[in-house]
Design a protein around this ligand. Sequence first.
Ligand code: PXP
Length: 250
Amino acid sequence: MPSTAARLRLGVNIDHVATLRNARGSAYPDPLRAALLAEAAGADGITAHLREDRRHIRDADIAALMAGLTRPLNFEMAAVPEMQDIALAHRPHAVCLVPERREERTTEGGLDVAGDEARLTAFIAPLRAAGIRVSLFIGHAPAQIAAAARTGAAVVELHTGAYCDLHAEGRLAERDAELAALRQGAALAHGQGLEVHAGHGLSFETVGPVAAIPQLRELNIGHFLIGEAVFIGLGPAIAEMRRLMDAARA
Ligand code: PXP
């Protein structure tokens, strides 16, 4: 079983550098350049999501990231054959399976692993055989965690979007209940031998209580960091996020 004392890694999601690039149909800003800057600023890995609609990251970005990165690539994708082929061709360090269609979602916003367990187990097998670590992006419901543990995935990433939304809306009692459920989910997943990650919507304001959950090994953060980069620069934004994570963990 993984230790709970390990350092919390920061994965920086650079999708929205591509969103900005695509807004003007230009060649810049370049997601690989942002990823290299993120690595220099202390990112432990880079996350990029090749969506089926290619709304931000494109196929050529994945190839450029695989060729240029010095830290591991966490390749987010839908559990569909086209993406499986791309993952098997590139063999990134990790694949995180995420829902892209409404019918793939649970009420918590993550993948419905419990409702799609047999298909996901079969989908994961060739990725594992190729040496790729597979992560499932799920809510904290115990049934989803138990199903994830049975699929052969090594990792679950717990969805922090509801916690962040409740914080933003000032619904603090509900936010705290959601945080407690995330804590319980992390402990449950860890107890079932899964490595536990978390992410979605995290900011300087919301990261601390999540980073303090002892079973977590990695946070994946994108949108806030890319937004904050407009004001203070990407390197300083990542450094400040790292500082807040370390402070929460201390
Ligand atoms: N983790 C997963 C699985 C995601 O899909 C995303 C969003 O692409 C993130 C983390 C990062 O979320 P955000 O961009 O809101 O920080």
